[in-house]
Design a protein around this ligand. Structure first.
Ligand code: SAH
Length: 246
């Protein structure tokens, strides 16, 4: 069954509506009709099986047949603070990290970030990211859409340290690989990754002073996107749901 997105409020109505791009796609591309069954996700954990009752001009009406218990979310709260990348790189990275189970995304300004969108542009960017995240959860079968923060500066990100079980700062000049105590799985993990130009020594020192573990992803310098994808994959393997439980 195909998956579509509805606002959480809609799912509480007796005949919820699917709107926007999804509704258009259902009508003009998929040529769906009353009686067809679909899966609906609201991005907050709820997934239902529904039946189409009417194809309207701007929306599709459905009735909910049953709620489904899908367990597709990792137990790990995975927060990624990413040094702002140029062009469309942030868009693509958000898509990949959503597939990898990231729960919160923080675009971050650091000393070497080149792209620094102003607040008006940032608002549009966040809207775009929200729709990319919704597309990604539908595609990969997740039930929760990641939270997306407004732009933060480096010191605001460092201040998150106290609210997380574990915080890792990935530095291209670090010598220390990830050192893991298998008996201590954090429930919440913050990963901090730099922009194309990397982090400065001062930034690495400030993070270390705060208590962050400064870690390496090996002796090869990875592109920022590769580094973030690798860090999230490792995190899900070590602390999330990519490893067989003992
Ligand atoms: N321009 C820098 C590389 C920056 S890579 C240089 O040439 O040295 C962008 C970000 O990816 C880094 O700030 C870091 O967060 C992460 N990264 C890339 N390779 C890494 C590695 N080997 N170990 C840890 N982090 C790495």
């Amino acid at each position: 069954m195909r998956r579509f997105y509805t606002d959480p409020d809609e799912l509480n109505k007796s005949e919820p509506r699917i709107k926007g791009n999804d509704a258009r796609h259902m009508r003009t591309v998929l040529r769906m009709a009353a009686g067809d069954r679909v899966l609906l996700t609201d991005g907050t954990g709820r997934v239902c099986q529904a039946r189409i009752t009417a194809m309207e001009e701007q929306s599709v009406r459905v009735v909910i047949e049953k709620n489904l218990e899908l367990k597709n979310e990792s137990p790990l709260e995975l927060v990624v603070a990413q040094g702002f990348l140029k062009d469309k790189k942030m868009d693509e990275l958000l898509r990949h990290l959503t597939e990898l189970g990231m729960t919160r995304w923080i675009p971050m300004v650091t000393q070497r970030t080149v792209a620094r969108p102003d607040s008006g542009r940032m608002e549009k960017r966040i809207q775009r990211w929200e729709s990319i995240a919704v597309e990604a959860i539908k595609q990969c079968g997740r039930t929760m859409v990641p939270a997306i923060d407004p732009l933060m500066n480096f010191s605001q990100v460092l201040d998150l340290y106290s609210s997380m079980d574990k915080s890792l700062f990935f530095w291209e000049e670090a010598k220390q690989p990830l050192d893991i105590d298998p008996d201590k799985k954090p429930a919440s993990l913050l990963l901090v990754l730099g922009p194309e130009g990397g982090f400065t020594k001062d930034e690495a020192r400030d993070a270390s002073d705060k208590g962050f573990s400064i870690v390496s992803l090996g002796c090869r310098i990875l592109r920022a996107e590769t580094a973030a994808i690798s860090a999230c994959t490792l995190a899900q393997y070590l602390f999330g749901d990519l490893q067989k439980s003992p």
